[in-house]
Design a protein around this ligand. Structure first.
Ligand SMILES: [Zn+2]
Length: 534
């Protein structure tokens, strides 16, 4: 017998067999019972939640000669021809590989003809968001004047990429992630029919890794069953999909907390050598940081080791929050990337750089806070006593970088009028923010220059006469951007965008000085990260 993947072999044949989507199957069954079916449906939801399965059950149910309570019988001539893939009236198309306007035109021509034996023609278009713009328009025309006996089922993992004009012509169903208990129950059922034993913990782990997708859960289970005979144990699951040993994850977390770029680099290399799934590893790192966040805010969870606790001492909640934010974004990027290890390494080393990662919102909040304080001072000018002089000195020490020049200019004038000693640094006449920065980042991303792209995130750019200055507080970003190849690359991008010749300058701002050499000095003699990810 030909080998059939578990998720195909155990694909539900009726709505009743489907797990976790009762809110959808109930409505579909009702429509089928009453004969009030729509011409077009959108099934959206993450992968492996049953969209295609539901579409196939629907295609049979609507054509079944002996439907029962909105369900297909799966035995009549019509059901059988569809199940065996012999009917030309039920067409499955993957828009990822057939995204052209010609494919949709073919469908448009076909729908004009009557069916070849079944009651309805059913077109199931998978990953419909992948269609080209032209194909979408052709599809729209078909949906605008649908023949009576045709039903379209458009499945997608990314509903937001579908034109509103298409969405408005369809009945939409959102497939939920399937709950852990439902997944575990199904796994137990499958293992029962295969006559294979299991550890409860192993199934828990599979359900966790599958993240709401039944297909993923069954694929992992299948790999475990095929790998060796005997029960499915937690150790076996770990061996198959596994993340890397917990002590490596812990080391990396400590390296990041310690701002130890060198050690982080070595740990990342060890992790990459294992060749395990990077998203799983990233998950484990996120979990560790979440536990640290809990520990810093209230009580330390038991799972956190003393060495990690020690490393986390004195680390701010804001920084841990930011790290988690970066790692969550990384998860998204890894999902779409074909070169995950570069992304993974770049992000880990970025997080481990000496300079705390600042994000734009934090910076803006700080500026706003300071501006409010300034206004307060200006409204109620205190008598220049010893203590206020001290405060003024402190404000000066903060070295605020100011974005909104006009309001700053006003404040500055007023400050002068009041002859206060509060000064704002780094506001130079003629120095403007480079508006084209986001376009430049987009270009770097489109051209797959991930190094420069990731270094530009959080970097600011200013233009003054013929000089464009990229200014960063992030040592890692500075290291990447300050290389000649990067500067040449940036020069080309900037000149393309603003259509004139410029010089490129890279500026590194530390909290206590603007010394551009400090980062290089800091990195001297070390295994610097920007050598590694070349
Ligand atoms: Zn039937």
């Amino acid at each position: 017998m030909a080998y059939v993947a578990l998720y195909r072999r155990y694909r539900p044949l009726t709505f009743a067999d489907m797990v976790g989507q009762e809110h959808i199957t109930k409505i579909l069954k009702n429509q089928l019972k009453t004969g009030k079916v729509s011409h077009a449906y959108i099934f959206s939801g993450t992968r492996g939640t049953g969209k295609t399965t539901a579409a196939k059950v629907f295609a049979r149910a609507i054509n079944c000669l002996n439907p029962k309570d909105g369900e297909p019988c799966n035995e009549c001539e019509a059901c059988k021809s569809i199940l065996e893939g012999n009917s030309t009236d039920v067409v499955e198309m993957d828009a990822a590989s057939n995204n052209g306007v010609d494919n949709i035109r073919t469908i448009r021509q076909e729908v004009a003809y009557s069916t070849t034996g079944l009651k309805y023609k059913v077109y199931i278009i998978d990953e419909v968001h992948m269609l080209s713009a032209g194909a979408f328009n052709a599809l729209l025309k078909t949906l605008e004047e649908p023949p009576a006996n045709v039903v379209f089922i458009l499945a997608t993992t990314e509903e937001h990429k579908i034109l509103p004009t298409i969405l408005s012509r369809c009945i939409r169903f959102e497939f939920k992630k399937i709950g852990k208990p439902e997944i575990i129950e199904r796994l137990k059922y499958v293992l029962g029919t295969l006559n294979v034993g299991y550890e409860e913990e192993a199934l828990e782990r599979i359900a966790y890794l599958a993240d709401g997708g039944m297909r993923d859960a069954l694929s992992i289970l299948e790999r475990c069953v095929n790998a060796s005979s005997g029960d499915v144990t937690a150790a076996k699951v770990e061996e198959i999909v596994g993340t890397v040993p917990a002590d490596l994850i812990e080391s990396l977390v400590i390296n990041i907390l310690d701002n130890d770029v060198n050690s982080a680099n070595k740990t990342v290399n060890k992790i990459l050598e294992k060749g395990k799934d990077l998203r799983n590893i990233n998950d484990a790192i996120i979990e560790e940081f979440l536990n640290i966040l809990i520990g810093l805010s209230s009580e330390w969870p038991d799972t956190i080791s003393d060495t990690v606790k020690e490393a986390a001492e004195g680390v701010s909640v804001a920084r841990v929050n930011l790290i988690i934010k970066h790692l969550s974004k990384l998860d998204e990027d890894l999902r779409q990337s074909t070169n995950g290890s570069v992304l993974f390494k770049a992000k880990m080393l970025e997080l481990a750089t000496k300079v705390p990662v600042l994000d734009e919102n934090m910076l803006l909040n700080k500026i706003q806070e300071l501006e409010m304080k300034l206004e307060e001072v200006l409204r109620n000018p205190p008598a220049p006593t010893k203590s206020t002089r001290k405060q003024d000195e402190k404000a000066e020490d903060k070295k605020v970088e100011v974005k909104q020049e006009s309001s700053v200019d006003n404040v500055e004038k007023e400050v002068k009028k009041e002859e206060k000693s509060v000064k704002l640094v780094q506001v130079k006449a003629g120095k403007k923010q480079l508006k084209e920065l986001s376009k430049i980042m987009q270009r770097a991303s489109d051209e797959d220059n991930l190094k420069v792209f990731s270094a530009l995130a959080g970097t600011e750019a200013f233009i003054e006469d013929d000089t464009v200055t990229f200014s960063t507080k992030n040592g890692f970003a500075y290291g990447v951007l300050n290389k000649d190849t990067s500067k040449d690359y940036l020069k080309t991008l900037v000149e393309d965008e603003i259509e004139r010749d410029v010089n490129i300058r890279i500026e590194y701002i530390t909290e206590d000085s603007k010394d551009e050499k400090s980062f290089e000095q800091m990195m001297q003699g070390t295994d610097v990260p920007f050598q590694v990810i070349d």
